[in-house]
Ligand binder design. Sequence first.
Ligand code: CMC
Length: 431
Amino acid sequence: MTDSNKTATLTVHGETYELPVHSPTAGPDVIDIRKLYSDAGVFTYDPGFTSTASCDSTITYIDGEKGELLHRGYPIDQLAGKSHFLEVCYLLLYGELPQAKDLEQFETTITRHTMLHEQMQYFYRGFRRDAHPMAIMVGVVGAMSAFYHDSTDVSDPHQREVASHRLIAKMPTIAAWAYKYHIGQPFVYPRNDLDYASNFLRMCFAVPAEEYEVNPILSRAMDRILTLHADHEQNASTSTVRLASSSGANPFACIAAGVACLWGPAHGGANQACLEMLEEIGSVDRIPEYIDRAKDKNDPFRLMGFGHRVYKNFDPRATVMKQSADEVLELLGVENNPKLQVAKALEKQALEDPYFAEKKLFPNVDFYSGIILEAMGFPTSMFTPIFALSRTVGWVSQWKEMIADPQNKIGRPRQLYLGETNRDYVDIENR
Ligand code: CMC
């Protein structure tokens, strides 16, 4: 943490307190209120954490006004264009771009950890046959702590490293098998001669009856989707992982908590919700009706894939994703995809509408990702599992950073209590 000589002055009940101010390498200054309760006897109040830095971190930086997303200082558009997912994983985990030999070793390690313990298949079979793949993922990722005991001791750096590799390596297999189970097809084992994205596509789409050739264009598009979702600083699911692990819980339990949080439609579930919305709108002429509904305070409907807590001008991931959607759909010969037409017209009409401009609501990463995934052959129920497998490296990197931090304390927020004060119990016959 960079200490500055700056302080902030706070007056509470007539008493003045000097609070230290920390200057980050980028972004706004941060007022340190850690001693506020012990010194002044008051809490701060910030539901939704709109003005709260919950930790210090060196992994990812977002400038919401500029639409900038940096991983370890590198802009996301450069990483999406020039790098690939496993290299970005290395960067997020270890802080620097790898040398060729380090990357080769990392890729080998990840590839060799992609198989699941054979007994995990029985665990899958306990789910109802039509279970949502995210429901299966929450359960299976949590169950990893029952299968990989030798990497659950968070005080041991070697076990933490092994758990990180296992999570990144096995998540595509877990997600692909959740899909296979969901559609009633046999599980497909990972193959060590394929890269990360191709392996995932094959485990999802191959069947034993015939050979499956991975289309390199789709594999590249999948890799880019993974890269664009890899990390996003202290978002809801990452904060969930950090809070869960602050108690010393094992990494598999913590990442399962992250998967559960990601599932919500305000977060990672937005990609499924967005595609379902585009389907429901159906044609360009119905867009004004939906825009009116999104603006109506009495209607809970929101434009899914629109808006972001941090980005207030554009989401840089959405820019790359839109280009990717155009490329993939053209290559697949489905550029007249009706949902893409509705999405483009909806984006245009919403951006021209003063409501969305005033509230700084722009398409986010989830606005176009579902269109690409659907064109690749994924059902909507797989969109959020794919987000979860991409974000695993972000969760793991943030978890590792937190555990290694000597200042790491259990997360324990306080509250503004508005309930009854102390009162005496009343016997049931006298109520
Ligand atoms: N459609 C219509 N109005 C909206 C939308 C939307 N998508 N998003 C926000 N608003 C309005 C909202 O009604 C509120 O209006 P008012 O100030 O009059 O009450 C204002 O904009 C601010 O909204 P908020 O809910 O207070 O903002 P937030 O920062 O708490 O929420 C959000 C951010 C992403 C949850 C929200 O924009 C949303 O629900 N978007 C749709 C879901 C979505 O696409 N989520 C994916 C986020 S990106 C992927 C990820 O990282 O998870």
